[in-house]
Ligand binder design. Sequence first.
Ligand SMILES: Cc1ncc(COP(=O)(O)O)c(C=O)c1O
Length: 514
Amino acid sequence: MAKSFSVFEGRIGRNCFTTHLGLKRWLLTTSFHASKLNERLVLPETTLDPEDWIAFRKQAHEMLDAALDKMQSVREGPVWTPLPAGMKSDLKTLLPKRPQSHADIVDQLTALLPYGVGNTHPRFFGWVHGAGNPGGILAEIAAVAMNANLGGRDHGAIYVERQVLDWCRQMMGFPLATSGLITSGTSMGTIVALKVARDRALSFANRSAGAGVSRLVGYTSEQAHTCLAQAFDILGIGSAALRKIPIDENFRMDLDALASQIETDRSAGLTPFAVIGTAGSVNVGAIDDLTAIAEIAAAEGLWFHVDGAFGATGILSEYVRPMLAGMERADSLAFDFHKWLHVNYAAGCVLIRDAKAHLGAFTDRPEYLTGYSRGLAAGAPWPVDYGPELSRGFAALKIWSHFLEHGSEKLGNSITKNCDQAQLLARLVDQHPLKLLAPVNLNIVCFCYEGADIDNEEIVLQLQEKGLAAPSTTRINGQVAIRVNITNHRTEDADMQFLVDQVIAIGDHLTNKS
Ligand SMILES: Cc1ncc(COP(=O)(O)O)c(C=O)c1O
C-alpha cells in the first residue's frame, strides 16, 4: 500500500487542476492508475525470510556439516582440483527468475567445495596464501546473523573492530593514539596509508582542488610488491613517481642508492614525500633494514610506510621479531590477517601513527551522516572517517575470535615453524641436484632443478596439475625459480622431503634421466 500512495501523490503533484476539465482529466488518470495498482496488489509475499524455518534449519545444519567435512579432510587428496568442464558450463546460466529450494542450493554449494585454490592443503606453497582455519566458521555464522554495517554508528560490531585495532597497535608496538582500519587486504591498506601520506604532503588542499600534476615522488625497493605502484597510480601520483631502488645481495633496499636518488630528485625540483620499506618481500621474503629507513625518513622529512603484508605478523614469532626492528617507527603499516595468521579471507589492516592526519585525509561527512552524542549515530569517529568505504562488512569479528581461539603465542609459533621448514627445504635443496637461487631468510625458498635445457615452469605446472604440491614461479636474477612460500600451519616437515622428491622425479623425467 505504501507504494500506491506515493504514486497517487506523484500524480496529484504533477496535475495542477484549477479547471473542471483539469479535474475530469485527473479523475480519469487516477482511476486508470488505481486499476493498474490493483493488479499489482496481488503480488505474492516478498520477504526473503524462509517460509518454513524448521526445514531451513535442517538445510543450514546440512550445509554446516558439509563445510566441516571439507575442513576436516583438507589434508587428503590432491592439492588442487580444477573445476570440471561440466561444472564450468553448468555455472553459465541466465539470471534466475524463480526461487530454488534450499535443498537444491545446499547441493550446489556442497558440489563447489572441493574446487578451491587448494590453499587449505598442507602442500599449497604458491604466492602468499594463508591456509585458513575451521574456527573462522563460528565468527562467520555470527557475522551473517548480525548483518552489521561497519561504516559507523554506535553498535556492538564497531567496538569489536576498535578492540581488534587496539590489539594490532599493541602487537606492532605503535603508540596509544594510533588510528587504523580493518581492510580487505594489504593492497587496500596501502591505498589508505599512501593517501594520508600524499594528502599530508599537499597540506590536504588537494582534497578539494585535486592533486594536479604532482611533483611528489616516493621510494621503495625493486623487490617491492606491485600494490605500491598501483596505489601511486590510483592516487594520481603516477606509478613512475615510485622510484624502484636497487637491492643488495640479500635482496634488501640499497640505502646508499636510496639516499642518492632522493638527492637527485630534490635537485631536479621534485618533492620526495614517502619511503616504503618491505617487511617480507613477495619474491624471496627479504626484510629491508627498517631502522635505517626510519632514520633516512626522519632526516629527509618523508612519510615512512611499511608493507608488511605477511612479514609484519612475524612480530609474534620469537625468531622473526628481531628482524622487524624499526617497523614500530613507521608512520603507517599495512598487513594481513589472511596470510600468515590464517584468518579466512579477506582480512587486512592499516595502522596510522598520526590519527589527525588520517582523519584529515578521509573524514567528510554530509548531513545525512551527522553524528550525535547519543543514540545510534553516536560514537565518533566512525570507520568511514578513516577510509573510502561507507558500507563495510564485519571482518573484524573473525579476527577477534581467531585471537581468542588461538592466542598470539601459538600463532607466533606456527610462523616460526614455517621458517624452520624453509631452512629444512634449503638444506634438502643443497643435498640434491637442485640450486638455491636466493638466500632463505624467512619462509620463502626459491630454487631450480639444474640442467642445461630444463624447464622449471613445466615442473611447477606438473606439480600443480598432478595435485602433488602447489608452488608458484618467479624470476630471480632473470632465472625461472620454483618458488615455495610456506605460510601454512598444516605443513609438516615431511612435506619438504616429499616436495623435493617430486621435483626431482619430474625434472629427471623431463631430462630423460628416468
Ligand atoms: C609483500 C606483499 N605486499 C602486498 C601484498 C598484497 O596483499 P593483498 O593480497 O592482501 O592485497 C602481498 C600479497 O601477496 C605481498 O606479498
